[in-house]
Design a protein around this ligand. Structure first.
Ligand code: PXP
Length: 253
């Protein structure tokens, strides 16, 4: 994929995190003061060139709410990617909502954000069942996995068309001695996934600094980026934040 074709999926979860810091118990109907609105963030991101919007509906609903996801489904004009755990409840929710894509992620109650890839080796049958259940409804499933050969083989074997390679270990290693080793893992995993016929997305911990090197990973279809965009948007506004990321993805800054 040429740099000019790599898609930007904007993850708006951390906008919801900020809202929940103050309005954990208030519903949106409680008044216009309930802010910031992650759906408005999504709409502004689209205006600045986002190619898709990602939301993670967690079991405990502590950031994004069902109402957020349903409003996004109604209002956004790009693709909606729903991150979700491999549970019956979430399968039913997705089959009712009909997002364009779902990304299957692990879920630990205590984590602030998703911390590791999905354990596809340990729950192959379960993952296969979710993949089949959403494909049946025309929803494209992707598996959020560590850049690991065995996980990629499982992704191929369960019929997932897309993987999102976890870039968190690379991002954490960026200023340390393991950086190039972690980058090499991403490159090898992207090559392997591509050879296996999978579409390759990347996500987690990608920011305005590491984006240049991330763009050297081959075969990228889409980058899913959240925290750095929400953080930058506090300083510059959403549209400027998204525009600058797009420029960096294209090597223009
Ligand atoms: N991709 C997945 C599967 C995620 O769970 C997240 C959020 O944790 C992201 C991408 C975005 O990560 P970040 O907010 O670090 O950009």
């Amino acid at each position: 994929m040429k740099a000019s074709q790599v898609l930007l999926g904007v993850n708006v979860d951390h906008c919801a995190t900020l809202r929940q810091a103050r309005y954990r118990t208030a519903s949106r109907e409680a008044g216009q003061a309930v802010e910031p609105d992650p759906v408005l963030f999504a709409l502004l991101a689209e205006r600045a060139g986002a190619d898709g919007i990602t939301m993670h509906l967690r079991e405990d609903r502590r950031h994004v709410s069902e109402a957020d996801v349903r409003r996004a489904r109604d209002l956004i004009s790009t693709r909606l990617n729903l991150e979700m755990a491999c549970t019956k409840e979430m399968i039913d929710f997705a089959r009712d909502l009909l997002p364009d894509a779902v990304c299957l992620v692990p879920e630990n109650r205590e984590e602030v954000t998703t911390e590791g890839g999905l354990d596809v080796l340990g729950q192959r049958d379960r993952v296969r069942a979710v993949v089949e259940a959403v494909l049946e409804k025309g929803i494209e499933p992707s598996l959020f996995i560590d850049p690991d050969g065995a996980a990629i083989e499982v992704a191929v074997s369960v019929g997932a068309p897309v993987v999102e390679l976890h870039t968190g270990a690379y991002a954490n290693a960026y200023y340390g001695p393991q950086r190039s080793a972690e980058l090499n893992k991403l490159v090898a995993a992207a090559n392997l996934a591509h050879q296996g016929g999978l579409v390759v997305n990347l996500g987690h911990g990608i920011n305005y600094t590491n984006i240049a090197e991330i763009m050297t990973v081959p075969h990228i279809n889409e980058l899913n980026i959240g925290h750095t965009l929400v953080s930058r948007a506090l300083m510059t506004g959403v549209e400027e934040a998204v525009r600058e990321m797009k420029k960096r993805m294209r090597g223009l800054v």
